[in-house]
Design a protein around this ligand. Structure first.
Ligand code: CP
Ligand code: NVA
Length: 308
C-alpha cells in the first residue's frame, strides 16, 4: 500500500515516534543514509512561496543520495492546464515521491488519490505536518521526550499550524493548548480528532481565548504569522484582534522557567513575536528550522520503506 503524509495523523503514535527516532539518528550521521541512491528522483512542487521547505527538501533529498526536482508550479501545467489527477499519474511514472505545497486540501488529496508513489504535504491551507515533525524533534532534544509536556500555541488558532499542533502534539502525547481571538478558533472537527487521539496517548486538548491561561506552566510556547499565505486580501483585520497574543517577555513570564519558544518562520518581528522572544535564551527557533531537514529525510525514508 502506498503511504502518503497528507496530515499529521496519517502517522500513528508509534510511527511518528519511529520517524523522530530515525531523524535523530540521521542528524548525528548526516551523510550516512542513502535510501534514494540510484539516484531516485523526488518532485518538490510549490503552488505557494517557500524558503525553508524548498531548501530543506532539496538538500535532504540530495543527502539521501537522490535527485531533487524543485519546481514552481506556475511554470508548469500543474492543476491548471491539466487536472491534478493526471499530473499525479504522470509524475508517478518519473519520481519516487511527490512533495507538494498547495492551497486547499482537496488539491493534494486529488494528487494522492491518483499517484502511485508517496505524496507528502509540504503545507496546505489546513495543515503543515512536516513542520510539526521538526518541532517535535526539537521538543525531544530540549526535554528528552514529548509525552506529558505542555505546548501552548498562541495567535491565529484557525490556521494550518494550529491544526497541526493539535493533531501532531496529541499524537506525541503532549498536552496541547491553543489560544486565539474568538473569531480565529480551530476547526471543531480537527479539535475533535485531536481529542480522540489524546485519549489513546495520554495527551489532552484545551481550546482557549486567554493567552496567559494557555501558557501558564507551559514547556513550549509556539506562534505563527497572523496572516498566512493566501490570506493577504481576505478583508479581515489581522492585527488588532491578535495584539494580546504577541509572544513577548511578559507572556513568557507566565510559562515554565525552562520554556522554549517555537516559530515555524518566516517571523513578522514586532507582530506575533518580539525580537527578545525570538533571539533570547528561550528561543529554539533556529534548531527548529534546522530540524526540518532531518525530520523530512526520515519521513521520506519511512514512507518509501512502508510503500515498497
Ligand atoms: N516554515 C516554513 O515552512 O517556511 P517556508 O514557508 O519558508 O518553507
Ligand atoms: N501559517 C503560515 C505558515 C508559513 C510556514 C502560512 O500558511 O503562511
Amino acid at each position: 500500500m502506498i503511504r502518503h503524509f497528507l496530515r499529521d495523523d496519517d502517522l500513528t503514535p508509534a510511527e511518528q515516534a519511529a520517524v523522530l527516532d530515525l531523524a535523530a539518528r540521521m542528524k548525528t550521521d548526516r551523510y550516512g543514509h542513502q535510501p534514494l541512491a540510484g539516484p531516485k528522483s523526488v518532485a518538490v512542487l510549490f503552488d505557494k512561496q517557500s524558503l525553508r521547505t524548498r531548501i530543506s527538501f532539496d538538500v535532504g533529498i540530495a543527502e539521501l543520495g537522490g535527485h531533487p526536482l524543485v519546481v514552481d508550479t506556475q511554470v508548469t501545467h500543474f492543476g491548471r492546464g491539466e487536472t491534478l489527477a493526471d499530473a499525479g499519474r504522470v509524475l508517478s511514472r518519473y519520481v519516487a515521491a511527490i512533495v507538494l505545497r498547495t492551497h486547499g486540501d482537496d488539491r493534494i488529496a486529488e494528487v494522492a488519490a491518483h499517484a502511485t508513489v508517496p505524496v507528502v504535504n509540504a503545507l496546505t491551507d489546513t495543515y503543515h505536518p512536516c513542520q510539526l515533525l521538526a518541532d517535535l524533534l526539537t521538543v525531544r532534544e530540549r526535554f528528552g521526550g514529548t509525552a506529558g509536556r505542555t505546548l501552548a500555541y498562541v495567535g491565529d488558532a484557525a490556521n494550518n499550524m494550529a491544526h497541526s499542533y493539535l493533531l501532531a502534539g496529541t499524537t506525541a502525547g503532549m498536552h496541547v493548548r491553543t489560544a486565539g481571538p474568538a473569531e480565529f478558533q480551530p476547526d471543531p472537527e480537527i479539535v475533535a480528532r485531536a481529542e480522540k487521539i489524546a485519549t489513546t496517548t495520554g495527551g489532552s486538548v484545551r481550546v482557549l481565548t486567554d493567552p496567559a491561561e494557555a501558557v501558564r506552566g507551559a514547556h513550549v510556547i509556539a506562534t505563527d504569522t497572523w496572516t498566512s499565505m493566501g490570506q493577504e486580501s481576505d478583508g479581515l483585520d489581522r492585527i488588532t484582534p491578535f495584539l494580546p497574543y504577541q509572544v513577548n517577555a511578559a507572556l513568557l513570564g507566565h510559562a515554565d522557567t525552562d520554556v522554549i519558544v517555537l516559530h515555524c518562520l518566516p517571523a513578522h518581528r514586532g507582530e506575533e513575536i518580539t525580537d527578545e522572544a525570538l533571539d533570547g535564551p528561550h528561543s529554539a527557533v533556529f534548531d527548529q528550522a534546522e530540524n526540518r531537514l532531518h525530520a523530512q529525510k526520515a519521513l521520506l525514508t519511512f514512507l518509501l520503506e512502508e510503500s515498497a
